[in-house]
Unconditional design. Structure first.
Lengths: 139, 139
DNA sequence: GCTTGACCTGGAGTGCGCTCCAGCACCTAC
DNA sequence: GTAGGTGCTGGAGCGCACTCCAGGTCAAGC
C-alpha cells in the first residue's frame, strides 16, 4: 500500500505541513515521489511516523528524535544505542507519570475541598492538614 | 513568615524572572513591598505559587490558570466554577496518564525487540505481531 | 562616602514545534 | 482547453512560556 501526503497525514494524525517539516529536519527520510513529483508514503514510512508520534506524545524533544532517526539510518549496528535512548526515555515517562499522579492527588484534595465549600457553609480548608507544603488556604 | 523574591523563587521552584512574569500576567496578585520597594512574599503567596506549579506541571495552559486566578480573586462565590475547572483538568490529566502508559507499552515492545537484536543474530521484529497498527519493522 | 549586591522596571529576545503563505506545477474531469 | 483540486518549494510567521538585558534604585558593610 502507498499513500498520498494527505492520506499519510490522516493516518498518522500529523498535519501535511508537519510531515514536510519532519522531512526538512531529517526526522523522516524523503519518501518516494510519483511521476508528478508528489510524495508517496509506504506502510513502512507510516509505521515510522506512527512511532515518532509516540515519542512526541511522550515528550521526547525533537533533537533526540533526530538523533534516534540518525542512528536508525545507520542500520542494525546502532541497535544498542537506540535501545539505550528508549530505555532512558521510558524512565523519563514513568517519572512523568508519577509526577502527574501526585498532582492528581493535589487536585483531588482541592476538588474535595470545593465540594464542601459549595455544598454547605463550612469554611474552606479549616482544621485539616494540607497534603503539600505551605499551601494552606492558598487556592 | 515572609520571603524575598529570591527565597520565594527557591521555595517554589520557579525563577525570579518567572515570578515577576506571573505577576505581570495576573497569575499572582502583586505581593506586598518593603520600605525599599522590594517584593515581600507571604506563606499564602507561596502556597498559591506552589499550587500554580502543580497546574503547570500537569500541563494546564496559562490562559486557564489566569482564568482560575481571576475567579479566585472574586471570592467564594466562584467556588463552583473553580471546582469545575479543576475537575475538567483532573480528567485531562488522567487521560494523559493513560496515553503515556500506552506509549510505555510501545516503548517496552521496542526495547524488548532491541534486546533480542543486540543479544543475538535474531533478525529484528520477525514473526511477531506488532502492538500497534502499521508499525512493523519501522523503528 | 563608596562599593557591593540584591532588587527594580520596561521591553526585547529566545527556543520550540509547528503553521501559514505566495506563487507555481501537475492531473483529472468536464 | 480550462477549471478545480492536490501538491510543490522556500521562507516567513506564530503562540507559548519564559528568559535576558540595560540602566537604575536602595540598604548594608567597610
Amino acid at each position: 500500500m502507498t499513500y498520498s501526503i494527505a492520506e499519510a497525514a490522516h493516518r498518522s494524525g500529523l498535519s501535511i505541513d508537519t510531515l514536510r517539516y519532519y522531512e526538512r529536519i531529517d526526522l523522516i527520510d524523503p519518501p518516494a515521489r510519483d511521476s508528478g513529483g508528489r510524495r508517496v508514503y509506504t506502510d513502512d514510512d507510516l509505521g515510522w511516523l506512527v512511532f515518532l508520534t509516540k515519542l512526541r506524545t511522550t515528550g521526547m524533544p525533537i533533537k533526540l528524535m533526530r538523533e534516534y532517526a540518525r542512528l536508525r539510518r545507520l542500520g542494525e549496528g546502532t541497535a544498542g544505542e537506540r535501545k539505550r535512548i528508549l530505555e532512558d526515555h521510558r524512565a523519563d515517562v514513568l517519572a512523568r507519570i508519577d509526577e502527574l499522579r501526585s498532582c492528581v492527588d493535589v487536585l483531588d484534595y482541592k476538588i474535595d475541598n470545593y465540594e464542601r465549600v459549595v455544598a454547605g457553609a463550612c469554611p474552606p480548608e479549616t482544621g485539616e492538614t494540607t497534603p503539600w507544603t505551605l499551601a494552606h488556604s492558598a487556592g
